[in-house]
Ligand binder design. Structure first.
Ligand code: AMP
Length: 443
């Protein structure tokens, strides 16, 4: 009776166990997708190193004030999207929503101003934004970023754009850049006054969100996606007409360099980007077929941030430029544009075993191949030779090794050429060397 009750209880509790689900906006990147991730990371890292950018790995948590001060309090990211909490020691901390602020903090904190300028760094890190999830927009996502701090030369603006172009091209994606200049803070002040007086005429037509922007962050009216804004924007004053001479010259040079390097771009007078720290050049990169300003899912974006170092307590007049590319969006674009990568890792050798003694011996042989850096797969969990050979075939192995009871006793192993089906028996102690030689010959 007692036992029955216990069993009943266990039954009930088993039924009530629910598998915890992924959080909304978060995702697993499964082994079948790794080929894309590996490829993007490899190309990005190689590109950055080729252009003398050094890798920086950043902490995931920072003091909240870092982002409030740099990104700006009236921006969507800081107002609505940050994962902020009080840590056990009572500090207000935030899971980074972007990395430029952290890179600059690091530049200042480690006195990199004393190194030869510009200091060039790259990162490949996760970001967190509590945004509304949709296709290509997640709450945890990855960015590859480049930052060059300590030079105002427009050739650096061009260089980071050219690097993104080359990298995306190598990944098989054709893209174009949307470019604008938002000048210096001083030149922008006058322009913003003009912009506010323009939009004030239409105050009644503005949505609540845009009314708030009109007082708090008027530049954002230019890239507002609210209904009716597209028409209102057509006659809005354009920032390019208000640029100071220095910003104008700077921008012209960037364009000249891009022409020289044959990078496809469009001027995009309403592009302002969402973060407060930008100055002069701003840009986004979108898939080549996207409709310029209407493109919602940019692959990346960046610009100059000539005042950020000073704002975070570094030396006055330390200009900088950077870019961040979204890895999930790059992978989506690769798939969109038909770039195919093998789903499974291709291997050279597949190890088949039959019977317990062979499996035991197999562990040792497998390890020898691994040490010799020959890519070898196995299916120790499988019993039948047929099943194992099918797997070898599926994984496109060039050679299968077969170890059965008899071979274990004889100290031999069978080498099978997967293409021709030809088999030979060799001494097990020599198998690694023989297989290596055969693979070299197969090329
Ligand atoms: P931002 O820092 O907002 O300029 O973003 C730079 C790039 O990061 C964007 O162009 C996207 O490719 C990517 N990105 C930004 N937010 C998200 C997100 N929520 N989910 C996925 N990718 C994102």
């Amino acid at each position: 009776m007692v036992i029955k009750k216990i069993e009943e209880k266990q039954e009930v509790s088993r039924k009530s166990v629910k598998t915890p689900q992924l959080l909304r906006g978060f995702r697993d990147i499964l082994p079948s997708e790794q080929a894309y991730w590996d490829k993007v990371e490899e190309v990005a890292g190689r590109m950055a190193n080729d252009y003398s950018f050094g890798r920086i790995r950043l902490p995931l948590l920072e003091q909240t004030s870092l982002f409030e001060r740099s990104i700006g309090k009236a921006t969507d990211v800081v107002e609505k999207e940050m994962y902020t909490f009080i840590d056990p020691s009572g500090t207000r901390v935030t899971m980074r929503p972007e990395a430029t602020a952290s890179v600059v903090r690091s530049y200042v904190e480690h006195g990199m101003v004393n190194k030869s300028q510009p200091v060039k760094m790259w990162y490949f890190e996760q970001m967190f934004r509590h945004d509304r999830p949709q296709a290509g927009r997640y709450r945890q996502f990855w960015q590859f970023g480049l930052e060059a701090i300590g030079s105002s030369d427009s050739i650096l603006d061009a260089q980071v754009i050219i690097m993104c172009h080359r990298m995306l091209k190598e990944l098989g994606i054709s893209v174009k850049f949307l470019l604008n200049s938002i000048g210096t803070e001083a030149s922008r002040r006058e322009y913003v006054m003009e912009l506010v007086s323009y939009f004030k005429q239409f105050r009644k037509q503005l949505s609540e969100v845009d009314k708030k922007r009109l007082t708090k962050n008027p530049l954002r009216l230019l890239d507002s996606k609210e209904e009716g804004m597209e028409e209102l924007r057509v006659n809005a004053p354009q920032i390019l007409d208000w640029l100071d001479e220095d910003s104008k010259q700077h921008f012209m040079k960037v364009i000249e360099y891009l022409d020289e390097a044959e990078v496809p771009y469009e001027l995009s007078p309403h592009l302002v980007r969402g973060l407060d720290y930008y100055t002069k050049t701003v840009f986004e990169v979108v898939e080549a077929g996207d409709e310029g300003e209407k493109a919602q899912n940019a692959l990346g974006g960046g610009g100059r941030y000539d005042t950020l170092v000073e704002l975070l307590g570094g030396r006055e007049d330390t200009p900088a430029i950077g870019v961040a590319l979204g890895i999930e969006r790059i992978i989506l674009a690769m798939k969109n544009q038909g770039v195919e990568l093998p789903k499974e890792r291709l291997i050279d050798v597949f190890f088949c075993q039959l019977g317990d003694a062979a499996r035991r011996k197999g562990l040792v042989v497998f390890e020898k191949f691994r040490e010799a850096r020959v890519s070898v797969a196995e299916a120790f969990g499988k019993g039948s030779l047929k099943g194992q050979l099918e797997l070898a075939d599926k994984q496109k192995a060039k050679i299968a090794l077969i170890l059965g009871q008899k071979e274990v006793l004889d100290g031999t192993i069978i080498i099978r050429d997967m293409e021709s089906g030809a088999q030979e028996i060799v001494n097990i102690d020599k198998v690694v060397a023989i297989v290596k030689r055969q693979l070299e010959m197969m090329g």
